[in-house]
Design a binder for this molecule. Structure first.
Ligand code: AMP
Ligand code: ZN
Length: 475
């Protein structure tokens, strides 16, 4: 399998550190608000990557952090040195404790992931439960001369890490010609980033440390939790494209300085989801959550399909037309599965032969090429079109239907669609249909038509196939 590595800026053949095993860290949510459909794209892609790796017989271990402290708000959020804590701000606004806010939105996050059939990570570590691990790394960085303390604040000195900028291209040289940052008075260089900050009196979430009663910078939590659960070097680290700089650049600098080891072998970044061609913003009214999608009559599975219909390395433009298309396609997939499961029992016919393996091959080729989900879906649609043609011509026999169903089920281990089993056809309807068949055999079409209408009245349609077979569908 090939995946695009942001570090090397090219597609690379994937080789895990330990044969057959894959360690994957996913930058998870800051639980101060509901996750939106953009976040969902950033969580769905690693889910499909995991499912495809498992399909390819790898054993995957996924860690997804819960940021329940920090993640500051001002423009230099990213540098993590001034500004308010998002969770605390919300807690004050809603007159709740930070833990209540974080708990509520963490729960919302899990429920939303579940609705989209995103497999739970093997563990969801919370930042607030890993302060000792963060303190340990910060101390190592100070001892090794990569970090310095001033007035209770600790910063990482970016000039000490020669590789700074290797992920994002933001080397110190390039940064110097760019926008100036508001400087923190305790920093040596404007691009130094905070590892630990002394808490102002009004700050609610704070911990003891050798330097001050304070709280951690945002970046250090991911390094600490990744190393704690997956080791100093891991296979894959994912996030949205906005995480490349400074978050992931900072993670590399502090982790590799602390351990002397490479932090991550493959960096995978998901480009942003836009709405009507624009960045989502609450002020523009184009900020959508799963409930907004459902309120317009679309299901979480249709959203899953819509997201997989674009490649993760292109921006996705979310529009209602895209959702409508996903609805049509999801219906097509559901009908296909239903029809295959309900194909009338029949003897062998002139059908696809052993050709079904061609779909599996094409599907795997698409997914092997940097998770090309839109191409993989087009293979599925091709299989559906060809199967439907055979059904219409009454050329599909039971054995063949089973083969195609098996191919679908294999593919769907990766797509992860949950297809609601259509209600079984009630006994009563089958009885009428059988009666009707007898009338048709006797060429008593008047009576058989009456029974067809009776079935229709009860909400079912009957489709006659060749050889006196039929298919019943719920209307
Ligand atoms: P946050 O809670 O803001 O840290 O975001 C959680 C994850 O969602 C991060 O990996 C972000 O990069 C990602 N993300 C945020 N906005 C979008 C978006 N519009 N499209 C795709 N991913 C996003
Ligand atoms: Zn992170």
């Amino acid at each position: 399998m090939k995946i695009y590595n942001t570090l090397s800026k090219q597609k690379e053949g994937f080789r895990p550190l330990n044969a057959g095993k894959v360690s994957m860290y996913i930058c998870g949510p800051t639980v101060y608000d509901r996750i939106h459909i953009g976040n969902l794209r950033a969580y769905l892609i690693p889910d499909v990557l995991r499912k495809f790796l498992e399909y390819s017989s790898f054993e995957v271990r996924q860690i997804k952090n819960i940021t329940d402290v920090g993640h500051l708000m001002e423009d230099n959020v990213a540098q993590g040195d001034t500004g308010e804590d998002k969770i605390e701000k919300k807690a004050l606004a809603e007159k709740k404790t930070p833990a209540e806010i974080a708990g509520f939105y963490e729960n919302y996050f899990h429920e939303t992931e579940k609705a989209l059939n995103i497999l739970p990570a093997h563990f969801f570590p919370r930042a607030t439960a890993h302060i000792p691990q963060m303190l340990k790394i910060i101390q190592i960085l100070i001892d090794k001369g990569f970090a310095y303390e001033k007035n209770g604040n600790v910063f990482f000195d970016v000039t000490k890490f020669a590789d700074y900028g290797k992920l994002s291209g933001n080397t110190l040289e390039n940064l110097k010609v760019g926008a100036r940052l508001e400087e923190h008075p305790d920093k040596k260089n404007p691009w130094d980033f905070a590892l630990w900050l002394k808490a102002p009196k009004e700050h609610i979430m704070k911990w003891d440390s050798p330097w001050s009663v304070g709280y951690p910078g945002w970046h250090i939590e991911c390094s600490a939790m990744s190393m704690e659960y997956l080791g100093d070097t891991i296979d894959i680290h994912t996030g949205g494209e906005d995480n490349i700089f400074p978050h992931h650049e900072a993670e590399i600098a502090q982790s590799e300085s602390a351990t002397g080891q490479k932090f991550v072998n493959y960096w995978l970044h998901i480009r942003h989801l836009l709405v009507d061609g624009e960045k989502m913003a609450k002020s523009k009214g184009n900020f959508y959550f799963l409930e907004d999608i459902e309120a317009k009559g679309y299901s979480p599975m249709e959203l899953r399909l819509a997201i997989l219909s674009s490649h993760y390395r292109s921006q996705m433009n979310f529009t209602w037309a895209v959702m409508e298309q996903a609805k049509t396609n999801f219906q097509k997939i559901s009908e296909f599965v239903y029809n295959l499961k309900n194909i009338p029992i029949s003897s062998e016919k002139d059908s696809l032969g052993n050709e079904v393996s061609k779909y599996t091959e094409k599907f795997e080729k698409a997914m092997d090429d940097d998770l090309n989900t839109p191409l993989a879906l087009s293979v599925l649609y091709e299989m559906i079109t060809e199967t439907n043609k055979l059904i219409a011509e009454n050329k599909l026999d039971t054995k063949q239907a089973k083969n195609i169903l098996a191919v679908w089920e294999k593919m769907n281990k990766v797509f992860g669609f949950v297809i609601e089993a259509k209600q079984d056809i009630p006994e009563e309807i089958i009885k009428i249909a059988e009666e009707r068949k007898t009338f048709r055999n006797n060429k008593d079409f008047e009576k058989s038509d009456k029974l067809r209408d009776k079935i229709l009245e009860k909400g079912y349609a009957i489709e006659d196939l060749k050889n006196n077979e039929y298919l019943i569908k719920k209307q």
